[in-house]
Design a protein around this ligand. Structure first.
Ligand code: G6P
Length: 369
């Protein structure tokens, strides 16, 4: 058992530590020497790609959160309207689908019942369907027009970590490709972004090597709480949703995530002395706004845990605990800033005596409705 876990105490930690490799493997061979993105498996001609005028990302659970990140990337770079929807919702309504609609189905296992049903429905209605999955030859792979494999290798812990990172990297490639075919990115820009995307492998490694103690301190602030609130803006909000899910899944501590700007409209009522607020406040255009939200939490006695950019000293004034991540362009922050939240969820779970690999009531894949 210990050998299977590669010397780690559990699969979750082993898989978190595999993430630098997942980033590298997912990117291998993806950029030609001429600076063109290479995703041949897409199964669509450049003309068909250029015609795409609407994207739906459909998925469940953690994969849905990868979709939230993809929306920001596809709309930001390629300027194609993009919706993200739980497959269990998408399949039961009547979404607007035309032959120029691209449905991107994201599924680690490639066999989630709702996601498969949504794919089938979308194809009948004439959409092009593209799968992002971790399992070669899985139903999602077989039933899509094209597929990107996330190269995470087998994921054993029920709560998804490394395949999430593989999904985010794959969706980033897809967004870059769409931007390139829509002439919204030059070859030079694409090359630079691709290089920065590749650099996240080492940046994750840095977090794994240096932030263990900070994560432990943060976990101590959470472990006896009744509930925790995750907040952030933009990419930070998307990262927060996944952080809250991870904490719930493995530690059974109630958590919810909110866009920081929405706090005043409800969640701030929850805060009393000692209440843990976990913020993703990496450097971005909305950094100052998030900091002022955190001051409001602090004033009400919250324990403020912040995922912050290395070198940001301003945050020291309000944070009770800081977990550092390297400075990256905001679009790549989910790849780095998600890692401390995975580690935090696991650490809280361990402190609460939970089985992090096999949480109660959860299944690795949900193949029945
Ligand atoms: C289950 C798993 C989650 C996963 C979700 C979607 O709930 O426990 O970790 O995110 O299914 O699974 P999929 O294989 O479609 O990504």
């Amino acid at each position: 058992d210990m050998a299977e876990k590669g010397g780690y105490p559990d699969f979750m930690l082993k898989e978190i530590h595999e993430q630098p490799r997942v980033v590298r493997d997912t990117l291998v061979g993806r950029m030609t020497p001429a600076g063109e993105l290479d995703i041949d498996e897409l199964g669509l001609s450049l003309e068909e790609l250029n015609d795409i005028d609407r994207v739906y990302v459909i998925a469940c659970g953690t994969s849905y959160h990868a979709g939230l990140i993809a929306k920001n990337l596809i709309e930001g770079w390629a300027r194609i309207p993009t919706e993200v929807e739980a497959a269990s919702e998408f399949r039961y309504r009547n979404p607007i689908i035309t032959p120029t609609t691209l449905v991107v189905a994201v599924s680690q296992s490639g066999e989630t019942a709702d996601t498969l049903a949504a794919i089938r429905d979308a194809r009948i209605k004439g959409a092009k369907v593209f799968g992002i999955t971790n399992v070669v030859g899985s139903p999602v792979a077989r039933e899509s027009d094209g597929v990107i494999y996330t190269k995470a290798n087998k994921e054993i812990a029920v709560a998804s970590t490394k395949s999430f990172i593989g999904q985010v990297v794959s969706l980033t490639l897809l967004a870059l490709l769409l931007a390139q075919v829509k002439y919204r990115l030059t070859t030079k820009q694409a090359r630079m972004l691709f290089r920065e995307l590749s650099d996240t492998a080492e940046q994750i490694q840095w977090i794994l090597d240096t932030q263990t103690e900070a994560v432990h301190e943060a976990a101590l602030l959470c472990k006896d709480a009744q509930s925790a609130l995750f907040v952030g803006r933009g990419m930070g909000a998307a990262i927060s949703y996944e952080g809250a899910l991870k904490l719930k899944e493995v530690s059974y501590l109630h958590a919810e995530a909110y866009a920081a700007g929405e706090m005043k409209h409800g969640p701030i009522a929850l805060i009393d002395p000692g209440f843990p607020v976990i913020a993703v406040a990496t450097k971005s255009a909305t950094y100052d706004k998030t900091v002022s939200n955190l001051m409001e939490c602090k004033a009400r006695g919250a324990k403020v845990i912040v995922v912050a950019t290395e070198g940001d000293e301003e945050i020291n004034k309000i944070a009770d605990c800081i977990i550092r991540v390297p400075a990256v362009r905001d679009v790549f922050s989910p790849i780095t800033a998600s890692v401390p939240l995975q580690l935090l969820a696991r650490e809280v779970a361990i402190l609460r005596g939970c089985d992090v690999d096999q949480p109660r009531n959860l299944a690795k894949s949900v193949t029945v409705e």
